[in-house]
Design a protein. Sequence first.
Length: 313
Amino acid sequence: MKPLLALLCAVAIGWVAYQYVYPPFGAYFGIDKPPAPPPAPEKLPEVVIDMPKVVVKAEPKPEPKPEPKPEPKPMVAEAPPPPPPPEPPKPKEGEFVPPTFRPLDEITQNWTVLPKTVFPRAIKITKDVEVRSAIGATQLKAGGNAYAITQDGTDLVVSPSPDGKFKGKLAIAETDIKDIITAVYETYKVNETARQKRVFELKKQQALNPKTSVASAGKGGGADEKPVKDKDGTYPILLASMKSGQVTEIKPDNIKKWGDVTREKDKDSDFWSVIVTFEAETPFGKFEQDAQAQVKNGKVLKWIYTGSGEVVP
């Protein structure tokens, strides 16, 4: 309590001294009393200005834009289908009609069944292959030669030699066998067309100049008797020739037509001729061919292809 009273007394004495004692001393020593602070400005009355209320309208939400519809595709007139290839001109009556050959892909069933007559065949290989035998193994290098011995599914059994003692396998596509068979087939088509044309021309010539038939020739004289035709249309003498192995490509079951007997002459020798139409097995399918059996003195002298004159094996 006493300190508080002492403090109040000190404050009072200081205030009295500042008010009454300081001014005379200040004037004597030239020290001005600090000016009193300016009076506080009078408080102006508050002016209230009524501001108009601004109402902010919420902008309406934009309506969703419709999704753009796809533009209609321009109407394009469909191109008309290509016209069918023109039909080959029909041959006139009496003209030769070339044979029709099946596509090679069809014959080989997309290269899954190669003609057996193709083998063995020299080929080139495009991939290394190891070939083995009972005595060892060796390797054939890509780009070299080999022999296709047979077919195993989509592979070829290959060997360095036709006897096939060393064997390995390569895919058909890793050899040139397709190119080889295609070239053989194209050559075959040309030759077969030419052969059939020769046969056609020969038959046409025979029709214009018929040979002496059996009916008009009689027995031919001596032991050279005409071949006898059975009731079923076959000739026993020709059947005996086939059975004996004189001809192997022509068999009774692949003969489609037995012709008549005619009398012909080759140089200074006369003989009996019988033409048969048979189905020949070729590397590219079965085709009908004509062959002539030449008979003299109760014996078949030979079988030849009609037109070419080549001996039938």
